[in-house]
Design a binder for this molecule. Sequence first.
Ligand code: KG4
Ligand code: ZN
Length: 337
Amino acid sequence: MRVLGIETSCDETGVALFDTERGLVAEALHSQVDLHAVYGGVVPEIASRDHIRRLLPLIREVLADAGLARADAIAYTAGPGLVGALMVGSGLANGLALAWKCPLIPIHHLEGHLLAPMLESEAPKFPFIALLVSGGHTMLVSVQTLGQYRILGSTLDDAVGEAFDKTAKLLGLGYPGGPALARLAESGNESAYDLPRPMLHKPGADFSFSGLKTAVMLVVRKAEAEGSLEPLKADIAASFQCAAVDTLIARTLKVAAAEGATTIVVAGGVGANKKLRNDLTAKFDGRVFYPRPELCTDNGAMIAIAGALRLASAEDAGAIQARARWSLETLRPPVAA
Ligand code: KG4
Ligand code: ZN
């Protein structure tokens, strides 16, 4: 079966074709980052309009690359995300499924992220603990099997990607600044500033990043007032990254130990962060799986593979789904309808 995956939950239009025998055969991605950068964040209406412009050409491109006229099934992101953006993917997926008379599989965006490492040749096996770290989510999830998820901890305020982006903005690194901040941090001293590691002394597995964000803001404001921000930027970036990564790793290791986990999966945009990848692998006494960096951020391939794994619960076209909010814990393993 060749499954077409469509992702339009936020500001990337992602399309991919996953073959249940050959793996990923074609993919295409259009990032809207430049469109939103001038506003310093994603503007939902602009996102929807750009998905409308890009989606069909990207689907044509992926089918042409794979040498196919159609797919055997279609998977699309049904939520959570921006409703207008989701509607574009959902509407087109339903239309195509109607025309092709093929099965349709609505996918939870976060399930897509946490299955992304399965696109790699060395794939993790269930059960595992997943650390989901993106611009919108920071979550530790116990993954028993496909569709059986228990959220062990999540952020009480900002997502970690959001904290990276806000710190990057303070340092004048543009939007979204996570990757630029990580690059700048490579030339900085991560011990230059003693920034808080929020929540580490509290019980449970939740995160909080607003205190860290405020602490960095105070450092930046002081440096600005003294006219010395420019030469200190790399040290501030490195110290922030170190505090954020230390916090993620400490919580993850604690949860993995409590759950007796031998496998950890890291997914979501912040999963592309090199320090997080290197330090977690070094500190965990088990296996850590990461998707390649380009599959950490939003993409169509993760939706296509989730669809391939969920073929058994495919639906017929006609029920356009687009859910702004949707808990991962409400999902169930695939069963034929
Ligand atoms: O998963 P994703 O593409 O979109 C959401 O669903 O949110 O994640 C995007 C987030 C942004 O906040 C971005 O700054 C962050 O991931 N990010 C990074 C890195 N690459 C992307 N943060 C830190 N280090 C990176 N290398
Ligand atoms: Zn995402």
